[in-house]
Design a protein around this ligand. Structure first.
Ligand SMILES: NC(=O)C1=CN([C@@H]2O[C@H](COP(=O)(O)OP(=O)(O)OC[C@H]3O[C@@H](n4cnc5c(N)ncnc54)[C@H](OP(=O)(O)O)[C@@H]3O)[C@@H](O)[C@H]2O)C=CC1
Ligand SMILES: O=C(O)CCC(=O)C(=O)O
Length: 411
């Protein structure tokens, strides 16, 4: 089952639990707008190459649509649709005044030079600039994109619409970005993990962690867990994995990755295959890379008791079922990784106010939003007798449904 079919299925189950009217259910499922554009750029050697870019705007009942832009070879319309829909429920789960959107370009960013990436980003922005906006749709980084990508979008968009700081979030701090946004998704994952573990009478410092992906989200999550005394026993990137049952020296690993661009060759641990990482012995598994990595083939071998979904849609429905039968506890993506979009909201607010918050204030507010959302989602689990994923879906879907009804948008 692909990401869109799985997301639709979770939404329909939540709609049933909430007893939503079938017309409202249908209208919440259909995306507001799907954009598909051709982006042709000259490569550095002068040859022309074309890429396909997408932006799916899923729902705007609760506010401007919000979501990242992904550069990855597997990006297609279905995947972007699923991710856009997840953004709608995610912004509602943490109760920030946004709808959901997502974008992407099917490309291999590591095979493009910096100037090719800049041209591609600028052409994509030229193709979508009149369909995004500070009060309509605000992009941000996702896999394969970063603060520099957002700076190019801001600059290109501003050529058409005048200086527009709030058109993207996750920008460089020197160009109106928020302090704390770069770390926010990983930090939010840690706050979410703390809230979950506290429910079970446990603490990060007594637990072992395995982390798939060592990019923005994975590296920040690892760093903060390590700072809090948690033992990170294995991590992976696209080249493979490294393990150490006594706990990896995360600052040394960050330096190694920064210096060499890879985890391979790190002397403070033993190499392991990426596939083995997911079934490695640990208390908490945190997928921070691609979707669908936990599936019917490997779920039964997963040893972690807690799975914290820092990636979007890392667990397919087969794995969901197998893991819950085994007694694993899954903290779902639309809550667990919502720290990024929450601090994106703080960035947008700061840009609109023309006033910058200090980092302590950002982190304090982030903790407040993540902790409150956890309690709200637990309440949904109790009142509907459902697991954490359905607790999060019912919480998010219910808020969007209410906003839709209040606006009088019901069919
Ligand atoms: N950035 C954000 O604010 C948010 C991101 N997310 C989600 O978190 C996930 C990660 O995003 P982000 O950290 O931004 O992305 P990045 O591009 O910064 O990092 C992705 C990481 O995944 C690794 N990776 C890619 N393929 C594999 C693989 N097959 N096996 C193991 N590792 C792999 C990459 O390896 P290498 O380093 O070798 O390239 C890299 O370390 C995505 O699902 C994204 O949607 C969710 C909310 C917000
Ligand atoms: O920060 C944002 O606006 C969106 C981040 C994102 O794409 C996500 O949460 O999946």
């Amino acid at each position: 089952m692909n990401a869109l079919a799985a997301t639709n299925r979770n939404f329909r189950q939540a709609a049933r639990i909430l007893g939503l009217d079938s017309k409202l259910e249908k209208s919440l499922l259909i995306p507001f707008r799907e954009i598909k554009v051709e982006c042709t750029i000259p490569k550095d050697d002068g040859t022309l190459v074309s890429y396909v870019g997408f932006r799916v705007q899923h729902d705007n009942a609760r506010g401007p649509m919000k979501g990242g832009i992904r550069y990855h070879p597997e990006v297609d319309l279905d995947e972007v649709n699923a991710l856009a829909q997840l953004m709608t429920w995610k912004t509602a789960v943490v109760d920030i005044p946004y709808g959901g959107a997502k974008g992407g370009i099917g490309c291999v960013p590591k095979e493009l030079s910096k100037s090719e990436l800049e041209r591609l980003t600028r052409v994509f922005t030229q193709k979508i600039h009149d369909l995004i906006g500070i009060n309509t749709d605000v992009p941000a980084p996702d896999m394969g994109t970063n603060a520099q990508t957002m700076a190019w979008i801001l600059d290109e968009y501003s050529k058409f619409h005048g200086h527009s700081l709030a058109i993207v979030t996750g920008k460089p701090v020197d160009l109106g970005g928020s302090l704390g946004r770069e770390a926010a998704t990983g930090r939010g994952v840690v706050y979410a993990t703390e809230a979950l573990l506290a429910e079970h009478g446990k603490h990060i410092k007594d637990m072992t962690f395995t982390i798939q992906g060592f990019g923005n989200v994975g590296a920040w999550a690892a760093r903060i867990i390590h700072e809090r005394g948690g033992k990170v026993v294995a991590v992976s990137d696209i080249t493979g994995a490294v393990k150490n049952q006594n706990g990896l020296d995360i600052p040394a690993l960050l330096n190694h990755k920064e210096a060499t661009g890879t985890l391979a060759g790190f002397s403070g641990g033993d190499a392991m295959s990426s596939d083995e990482l997911l079934t490695h012995d640990c208390d908490v598994l945190i997928p921070c890379a691609l979707g669908g990595v936990l599936n019917g083939e490997n779920a039964d071998s997963v040893k972690a008791k807690y799975i914290v979904e820092a990636a979007n849609h890392p667990t397919d429905p087969d794995a969901d079922e197998i893991l819950s039968k085994k007694g694993a506890v899954i903290l779902p993506d639309i809550y667990a990784n919502a720290g990024g979009v929450t601090v994106s909201y703080f960035e947008w607010v700061q840009n609109i106010q023309g006033f910058m918050w200090d980092e302590e204030h950002v982190n304090r507010e982030l903790k407040k939003y993540m902790t409150r959302a956890f309690h709200n989602l637990k309440n949904m689990c109790q009142s509907h007798n459902c697991n954490l994923r359905m607790g999060a879906f019912t919480l998010g879907v219910n808020r969007v449904a209410r906003a839709t009804q209040l606006r009088g948008w019901e069919a």
